[in-house]
Design a protein around this ligand. Structure first.
Ligand code: BES
Ligand code: MN
Ligand code: ZN
Length: 501
């Protein structure tokens, strides 16, 4: 999907005068019974003789988060309709958070579907958050629909914030556009069904993105994986007629400072393999390559925003299916780098492909390692659908978790309790791929991965089993299906490392 076209106007008067918008969008805040108009709505209010808040209250508006109330202008403005979108309650200091703005932008963008042009007049808003919210809220995946329904809003005009230089506003618009484009790259990959997105076709899409963005690209096919000893990826991918791949995409920035290795789980479909999953909701496992999509999209974003960093996405791709050539419970895999793993459950496949890719990633001698995966159902049990579980080395884990919350994607630091390591001991091999009990399943997966990470390397493991895929209805700027989480978290971490080391 292409983004709406965004334009900036100097002030509300020129925006309302010059924009050929059909709809004018104002913000409302929750106060008491009646909504309070957010700054910027004055000119619109004047057209309603100063009674806009009152009229909105009559229509049931309260200003609560993501509420959208429509009002005809009856010729009082050139735009035919006012959209009043709720921002929720302002903070104690009267401010509205970037996430409140992003969600309101997303909610109103969804209800603007079918509108050609809208003009946003809230004047003090965080422009970057507003544009991100609108761009992501407008997203709809209709690739496979004969009738795509109402087209997303195609042009959105903004009033630039009153303070700060125009240059800064242009930069904010550019950054927001790049962020939204990358999140959408991830969403499109996740939403593509597994009959069309399999290891080789994912690798081809990555090649195309690398070419378009002047990134280095490397792919290992099944023969190369065999030659080099990637037993984890080959084991998991062995049951499918569509063989596995390991893709690496590198961005080398201008005066590249720190080196960051990203690793993303790329299971293009997870049936569980011989340890097959129940039929109910198995289709959700089309999203089991969300980590791969996120790290690929993050490297593209690093390039678009020209971060002074070197960033490599390591993407192990495999399809986990049962067949006569599948790996089986009881097998011992020779992992890349020499460790052996006894497979006790073929449905704990993500950690096997990640382990191989992590060992490959640390060969580059990075300063930081971030891996992300739809790794465990236990993540969803522990933290729900909207909060990623973040594990790893103490300091870096906490830094990533704080940034995850700052972006609005959400995340919480989780421990890696040493006592679980013993539960991964194997009768035959260096370790087993599961503990044999259900307790702390998200943490056990993290403990397994830690065995493959170099000691002392700052490392964060982001389990997004819940947050990567929205099985409910759309909310805020989050569409149905692939969400693109944790692209914005990774982007924030990269920006933070670029600035502070
Ligand atoms: N891809 C799944 C995890 C998952 C579950 C992601 C629900 C999204 C939603 C993963 O490969 C898996 O099957 N994990 C097992 C591990 C178990 C066998 C130790 C799980 O969580 O049940
Ligand atoms: Mn699985
Ligand atoms: Zn999986």
């Amino acid at each position: 999907m292409t983004l709406p076209k965004f334009a900036l106007y100097e002030n509300t008067e020129t925006a309302l005068g010059k924009s050929r918008a059909e709809a004018v969008v104002i913000g409302t805040l929750q106060g008491g019974k009646a909504p309070v108009l957010a700054p910027g709505a004055e000119a619109v209010d004047a057209a309603f003789h100063g009674k806009l808040a009152e009229v909105l209250a009559t229509l049931g508006a309260t200003g609560k988060a993501e509420e959208v109330v429509k009002l005809p202008t009856l010729g009082k403005l050139t735009a035919g309709v006012v959209y009043a979108v709720g921002l929720g309650t302002a903070g104690e200091d009267g401010t509205v958070s970037p996430e409140q703005i992003r969600r309101a932008g997303g909610a109103v963008a969804r209800s603007l579907a079918g509108t050609a042009r809208a003009v946003f007049v809230p004047s003090t808003l965080d422009l970057q958050a507003a544009v991100e919210g609108v761009a992501l809220g407008a997203y709809k995946f209709t690739e496979y629909k004969s009738d795509a329904g109402d087209a997303p809003v195609s042009a959105v005009d903004f009033v630039q914030p009153a303070d700060g230089p125009a240059r800064a506003h242009k930069a904010a618009l550019k950054a927001a556009t790049a962020v939204a484009e990358s999140v959408i790259i991830a969403r499109d990959l996740i939403n593509t069904p597994p009959n069309d997105l399999f290891p080789a076709s994912f690798a081809e899409r990555a090649r195309k993105l690398a070419e378009d963005n002047e990134l280095e690209y490397e792919v290992l096919d099944e023969k190369a994986l065999k030659r080099k000893g990637f037993g984890g990826i080959l084991g998991v991918g062995g049951g499918s007629s569509r063989p596995p791949r390991l893709v690496r995409v590198t961005y080398r920035g201008p005066k590249a400072g720190k080196k960051i290795a990203l690793v993303g789980k790329g299971i293009t479909f997870d049936s569980g393999g011989i340890s097959i999953k129940p039929a109910a909701n198995m289709d959700h496992m089309t999203s089991d390559m969300s980590g791969a999509a996120a790290v690929l999209a993050s490297v593209v974003l690093a390039a678009k925003l020209k971060y002074p960093l070197e960033v490599t996405a390591n993407i192990p791709l495999a399809e986990n299916l049962p067949s006569g050539t599948s790996y089986r419970p009881g097998d011992v895999l020779n992992m890349y780098g020499g460790k052996t793993v006894e497979v006790l459950n073929t449905d704990a496949e993500g950690r096997l492909v990640l382990a191989d890719a992590i060992v490959r990633a640390v060969e580059d001698d990075p300063d930081y390692l971030i891996d992300t995966a739809t790794l465990t159902g236990a993540q969803v049990v522990a933290l729900g659908n909207r909060t990623a579980g973040i594990m790893g080395t103490d300091e870096f884990r906490d830094r990533v978790a704080a940034l995850a919350r700052a972006t609005g994607e959400g995340g919480w630091a989780m421990p890696l309790p040493d006592e679980l390591r013993g539960d991964l001991d194997s009768r035959l091999a260096d370790l087993a791929n599961v503990t044999g009990h259900r307790w702390g399943g998200m943490l056990a997966a993290g403990i397994f991965l830690r065995e493959f990470v170099t000691d002392g390397l700052p490392w964060a493991h982001i389990d997004v089993a819940g947050p990567a895929y929205n099985t409910g209805g759309p909310w805020g700027y989050t569409s149905k299906g692939g969400t693109g989480v944790p692209v914005r978290t990774i982007a924030a971490v990269l920006a933070d490392i670029a600035e502070n080391g």
